[in-house]
Design a binder for this molecule. Structure first.
Ligand code: MG
Length: 118
């Protein structure tokens, strides 16, 4: 399954469950949806960060405790990914194409670090 397919699955899901959200008639509607998705994405990133905070706090203050939060982290990362797919659909972008483009830019940008390690 590629990213285009995942975007399509998410689009179908959203249209089925939240058809009103996707009824975008003008720029004001678009901004409204963009703001909602931005807040939702930031919320999911916050949930991820909060788990990392707990892991660090428990390790530091509870006898170097190492509780297994990995499944919870994976769940929150998936929530983040879902909102990335939704945002991609709102922006009508092919996230796979943009990933490849940006990845090539980063490859050039970070080349100096790789060369330093040789
Ligand atoms: Mg979540």
């Amino acid at each position: 399954m590629d990213l285009k397919e995942l975007q399509s699955i998410q689009r179908r899901f959203d249209l089925e469950y939240f058809p009103e959200f996707w009824r975008i008639m003008n720029y004001e509607d678009f901004l409204d949806r963009l703001e909602y998705i931005t807040v939702a994405l930031a919320g999911e990133i916050g949930e991820f960060a909060n788990i990392v905070k707990k892991m660090r706090r428990e390790y530091l203050h509870v006898n170097r405790e190492r509780r297994d939060y990995l499944d919870t982290l994976k769940e929150e990362l998936t929530d983040i990914f879902i909102y990335v797919l939704i945002a991609s659909n709102l922006l009508d972008m092919d996230i796979e194409e943009w990933y490849t483009r940006k990845s090539n830019i980063n490859r050039d940008r970070f080349k100096k670090y790789k060369d330093d390690n040789l």
